[in-house]
Design a protein around this ligand. Structure first.
Ligand SMILES: C[S@@+](CC[C@H](N)C(=O)[O-])C[C@H]1O[C@@H](n2cnc3c(N)ncnc32)[C@H](O)[C@@H]1O
Length: 282
């Protein structure tokens, strides 16, 4: 039987969509960042999809959804990159990517070797990502450590076993993984990272105003959960800005429309309540 490593269904599939977005951005003359490894993931995924029944049509659907999310998501990648660069400049030597997907910051951002990048994601994601990375023979500039783990389980101890130091400031990055967890697990994950955050650690919470029934979100859900649907669990019970403040974080809010101005891309949301809560551990 032909081996297929790419996640062709399930939540890990969403990582392929973001790789498609980074690959497209990297090809633009006015690119906001360059991710030379994104094309390796896209090519490997395209080949794997072609090996499954109905895979070519499914791949086209994944490409179409990625295209619909491209403008906003690509800017979001750059904003997250900027926060990483700021954190490193401020002295953070630990980055933890919660639901790292096919992100390659350990390779593409020129991070110093003293920085450790912990990548947490599901085992099926790394079963695809690691062989593709090995085949490219690329080398990370930072110290990259991989944790194949379900964020709904206890990831505190496995992270420490990989060398994570709770007494050192950490920059935590969530670009859309935690909202996939049930609210109680989302809350537990934020409580865990809070307990592991030395003073000066940073975390960001996105504040969205999306209609989950709008066509691109509905199609994404069908691709992830199968054509019967399946939903991202509701917002109630999730940690918000108030929770962070009550648990020892100083927060400030930055509106999306203000953050995108320097990037010169026309993707405003015209809603001053949409943006990012930036948190620093006291
Ligand atoms: C939208 S993707 C974002 C990936 C990456 N941060 C990026 O920007 O390219 C969401 C990621 O969260 C991961 N994820 C979702 N639920 C998870 C869980 N319970 N445990 C670990 N990872 C999870 C998925 O596998 C996927 O890689």
């Amino acid at each position: 039987m032909t081996q297929v490593n790419a996640p062709t269904a399930g939540v890990a599939l969403t990582a392929i969509g973001v790789a498609l977005i980074r690959e497209q951005e990297s090809r633009r003359p006015d690119r906001l960042y360059d991710d030379p490894l994104a094309s390796a993931f896209v090519e490997a995924a395209r080949r794997d999809f072609a090996r499954i029944e109905g895979g070519a049509a499914r791949w086209e659907r994944v490409e179409a959804v990625a295209e619909q999310f491209f403008a906003g998501r690509s800017v979001g990648v750059r904003l997250a990159d900027d926060r990483v660069a700021e954190a490193v400049a401020a002295g953070c030597r630990q980055l933890v990517l919660l639901g790292a997907g096919l992100d390659t910051r350990a390779y593409r951002m020129g991070l110093p070797a003293e920085v450790t990048v912990y990548e947490l994601d599901l085992p099926e994601l790394f079963a695809f990502k690691e062989p593709v990375l090995r085949a490219t023979e690329a080398t990370p500039t930072a110290d990259r450590r991989v944790l194949p783990i379900d964020l709904r389980t206890d990831w505190d101890h496995p992270l420490r076993e990989q060398g994570f130091r709770p007494d050192q400031p950490t920059h935590w990055i969530d670009e859309g993984a935690l909202p996939y967890l049930p609210p109680a697990d989302h809350l537990r994950a934020v409580a865990t990272l809070t307990a592991l955050s030395a003073p000066g650690s940073r975390f960001a919470l996105s504040r969205f105003a999306v209609d989950p029934d709008a066509p691109p979100y509905a199609e994404l859900r069908r691709l992830v959960a199968g054509d019967s649907g399946g939903r991202i669990p509701p917002d109630a019970g999730r940690p918000g800005e108030q929770w962070l403040v009550e648990h020892g974080w100083r927060t400030r809010f930055r509106a999306w429309d203000d953050m995108i101005v320097p990037l010169g891309r026309e993707v405003p949301v015209h809603d001053p309540a949409v943006g990012v809560v930036l948190a620093e551990r006291l």
